[in-house]
Design a protein around this ligand. Structure first.
Ligand code: HAM
Length: 423
């Protein structure tokens, strides 16, 4: 028997209410802040990701689904959304539009990771990017939008972590300090960190091993090594966030798993959960568009993982509105009634009333049991007698009350009973 590939999952009908709920809130928040939807291809040239996410990152080194197509092109299933949006910004000359250009996406993302709770090889992200402005007010707005999105979902018990990792001017000096600091501990560092020391120094701060965490706590801090421009930027971002009353905490060890970030980085985590359970993260990436061949164009964005949001919604027992279901079950007895019922179902659906029609040759009792288990609030019953009289029986499943209604008035009667909320 085939199974869904490891690290992927089917989203079954009973799970769809959560997904529609989140997508709806994502669309609401995007509209509130003036973001337009963009859908980019599931795969891109491999170079786009290795260049933007960074050759030394885990994503590029170990996690990309890369393949050669029949035309010999090197392609990769997108391991994140930002690079594709920047590629589209450049490809469609969006620098000619009023800046910042604000775009959002809901898209599947592919990373060959070790599957565990909340970590999949295919997951979905809601992300948004504001491209073309370096004002710290925009960073604050993006962070507030991320926070509001989770608030609209009724998710609580979250923490907002913030840091600034400087720019290409001030970061090299900081990285040098960090290298010198860690070099003192040589082979006390875990094997991964010994590699990070050479290849990806900033990620030393992100190691989860107990000793490395201890070292990170006393390591030099990027926020203390910012150039005056980055320092001012970080300062005014913090002022904006305070004015917005967002409860941020500066975390000096917060660095992200992608190389393109400059200045602002931030993450939203469930209280009590660690970085492994991060719901969403983002930051500024002022050099990325130039790195991809465009003019220097500052930008900032955020993305959240939908599966992780769902885990938290379930854990916090947030009530999710159920998806609309057909309100009418159509039961029928006798051969002629079957045909009649088919026509009636079509008529009701044409009028916008959802109908589940009984199939097969079941007794009326069995059909009513089926209606009950499907949760339809009304059952319409027709048999030989009703056909002869030109009527149908309308049964309220909650009260078991039923009345005989002229067939022609059934639609109107149902509408009246259902109210305006017909489907
Ligand atoms: P990221 O932190 O790599 O950032 O991913 C964003 C979110 O996607 C994570 O916080 C997490 O909720 C979810 N996520 C990541 N990997 C997995 C996985 N294997 N399984 C389930 N969920 C996962 C980015 O991708 C950046 N592009 C965000 C960004 C947008 N930065 C600027 N703009």
């Amino acid at each position: 028997m085939y199974q869904a590939p490891r690290g992927t999952r089917d989203i079954l009908p009973q799970e769809q209410a959560h997904w529609r709920y989140i997508e709806h809130k994502a669309e609401v928040v995007a509209q509130l802040y003036g973001y337009g939807r963009i859908d980019t291809p599931t795969f891109e040239d491999t170079g786009l990701f290795s260049r933007s996410v960074g050759e030394g990152t885990d994503i590029v080194q170990k996690e990309m689904y890369t393949f050669e197509d029949r035309g010999g092109n090197q392609l990769t299933l997108r391991p994140e959304g930002t690079a594709s949006v920047c590629r589209a910004y450049l490809e469609h000359g969006m620098h000619n539009q009023p800046q910042p250009v604000k775009l959002y996406y809901l898209a599947p993302i592919y990373r060959y990771e070790r599957p565990q709770a909340g970590r999949y090889r295919q997951h979905f992200q809601f992300g948004f990017e504001a491209i073309g402005d370096d004002d710290p007010a925009l960073d604050a707005e993006v962070i507030e939008m991320a926070w509001r999105f989770l608030g609209l979902l009724c998710l609580g018990r979250l923490r907002l972590l913030l840091n600034s990792i400087g720019c290409r001017k001030c970061r090299p000096g900081y990285l040098e300090q960090l290298r010198r600091y860690y070099a003192r501990y040589g082979d006390k560092l875990c094997p991964d960190c010994q590699i990070r020391l050479k290849r990806n120094t900033l990620r030393l701060l992100d190691c989860k091993k107990p000793l490395c965490r201890q070292l990170a706590a006393s390591a030099p801090r990027s926020a203390d090594c910012l150039c005056p421009e980055c320092d001012r930027h970080f300062d005014s971002l913090k002022k904006y966030l305070s004015a917005l009353q967002l409860p941020f905490v500066v975390d000096h060890c917060l660095v992200r798993g992608l190389d393109y970030y400059t200045r602002t980085v931030f993450e939203i985590q469930p209280e009590g959960g660690g970085a492994q359970s991060t719901i969403g993260g983002g930051g500024r990436y002022d050099d990325l568009i130039a790195e991809l061949g465009g003019k220097p164009t500052p930008a900032v964005g955020f993305a959240a993982g939908i599966e992780r949001i769902i885990l938290n919604l379930v854990e916090q027992k947030v009530d999710i509105p159920p998806l609309p279901q057909p309100l009418v079950f159509l039961a029928h007895t006798g051969d002629k009634a079957g045909e009649k019922a088919m026509g009636l179902a079509a008529e009701l659906r044409r009028a916008g009333i959802g109908v589940l029609m009984a199939t097969g040759q079941k007794s009326l009792k069995a059909q009513l049991r089926q209606a009950n288990s499907r949760g339809a609030p009304f059952t319409v019953i027709i048999g030989e007698q009703e056909i002869a009289a030109g009527t149908a029986i309308l049964r309220n499943m909650a009260t078991s009350e039923q009345e005989e209604v002229p067939a022609k008035q059934l639609e109107e009667k149902l509408r009246h009973q259902i109210g305006s909320g017909s489907i």
